[in-house]
Design a protein around this ligand. Sequence first.
Ligand SMILES: Cc1cc2nc3c(=O)[nH]c(=O)nc-3n(C[C@H](O)[C@H](O)[C@H](O)COP(=O)(O)OP(=O)(O)OC[C@H]3O[C@@H](n4cnc5c(N)ncnc54)[C@H](O)[C@@H]3O)c2cc1C
Ligand code: SF4
Ligand code: SF4
Ligand code: SF4
Length: 371
Amino acid sequence: MKTVCPINACNACGACSEICPKKCIRLTQDYFVSNAYIDISKCISCKKCESVCPKLSIKDFSSPVEWLQGWADEPIRRKSASGGIASAIMYSFIRNGGYVAACRFLNGNFTFELSNNAESIRYFSGSKYVKSNAQNVYEVVKKTLKNAPVLFIGLPCQVAAVKNYCSNHENLYTVDLICHGTPSHKLLEKYLREQHYDLYSISDIIFRSKGLDDCKYKKIAKSVDEYMLAFLYGASYTDNCYNCSFANLSRISDVTLGDSWGSNYTEEIKHGISLILIQNPKGKKLISDTGIDYKLVDSTVAIEHNQQLNHPVLKTKEHERFVNAIEGNKSFSAATFKSISKAVIIQKIKTIKNTVLCRKDSNHFGIRILP
Ligand SMILES: Cc1cc2nc3c(=O)[nH]c(=O)nc-3n(C[C@H](O)[C@H](O)[C@H](O)COP(=O)(O)OP(=O)(O)OC[C@H]3O[C@@H](n4cnc5c(N)ncnc54)[C@H](O)[C@@H]3O)c2cc1C
Ligand code: SF4
Ligand code: SF4
Ligand code: SF4
């Protein structure tokens, strides 16, 4: 069967399927691969799918001209995964009359929405460590750009897709995230199911929490959160992420956001500090409009602590063992143990120690759900 980009290399950005005039592209997502299949009996060979695909056509890379770090005011920062700069940018953009397209959790899916209502930002903020679905937002963004500025925040492959999709870049502002990689939606579903939760029945999900406003949320794993461990160790991503074209210093967006690991503001790290890479004047405007007092960051230290600014995550034996176990029908827990047993054991010992010493778990990474 014919696919838009090479078999198993697809990012699942959904742009090809949305642009296709014949609606003859079917997206499939498995545990570790995605594909966009073309029904050749309906295809008219217009090649729109190829020109929009970020795997086949990438334009507009540029290098950062400024390296900053900073954090938003409470309570924005508290509700965010890192320093809350993404939300600060969204608030000022909407205040200045623009629209924001970003990812939120809704009815079991991680979908994109376009909004010019500041109330929506609380649904957008927070990192969702799973493959999201930007399909159906591209056309809405394209139409809105004719009359108003739009800020698109997403993973680098999704930012590349929206730029390919929309020819009018004058009103388009983009923010991408430094991206480690994403596990498939199907894998998250499996993990939650084995923990006795149905992704489609829960009201909300948080992957990383500052622990202050989340008392209604339930921590999913009493001891070790295998989903987040497999994510942080790079064992559970889809195949394409190990060859990501965006894991380097040439950026596709106006502003790139990540975590300022290795920051000299050591006291602030536990509350979250955003790393900010500005690529151009549009990026400068997005950042200065927030009114936040940013600090300079040592780019060498920032790169040292963020390998995704140099190369994609490596495809290791741990990933191979994880894939083999999941495809061999093992449980998520069993696959994680087969893949990264040492990390699981260390986490278990830490949990026992914390319990015995009545110490609060200081790890912000871990799935919490609102039933
Ligand atoms: C899958 C993934 C992997 C990441 N890997 C790294 C990494 O290796 N190193 C690093 O420094 N930072 C990484 N980040 C970025 C980090 O988690 C923070 O998002 C970033 O530091 C900005 O933090 P913040 O507090 O400003 O905003 P946040 O509160 O994190 O909000 C970020 C914005 O990103 C959007 N978003 C969240 N999840 C998704 C998603 N799945 N798909 C599309 N858009 C999404 C939200 O809608 C929001 O607009 C990753 C983020 C994601 C989602
Ligand atoms: S070539 Fe045109 S018609 Fe054929 S699948 Fe691609 S977008 Fe659709
Ligand atoms: S456009 Fe996106 S969904 Fe379509 S083949 Fe390319 S990467 Fe996959
Ligand atoms: S690692 Fe690259 S391909 Fe994978 S989700 Fe992130 S940006 Fe997209």
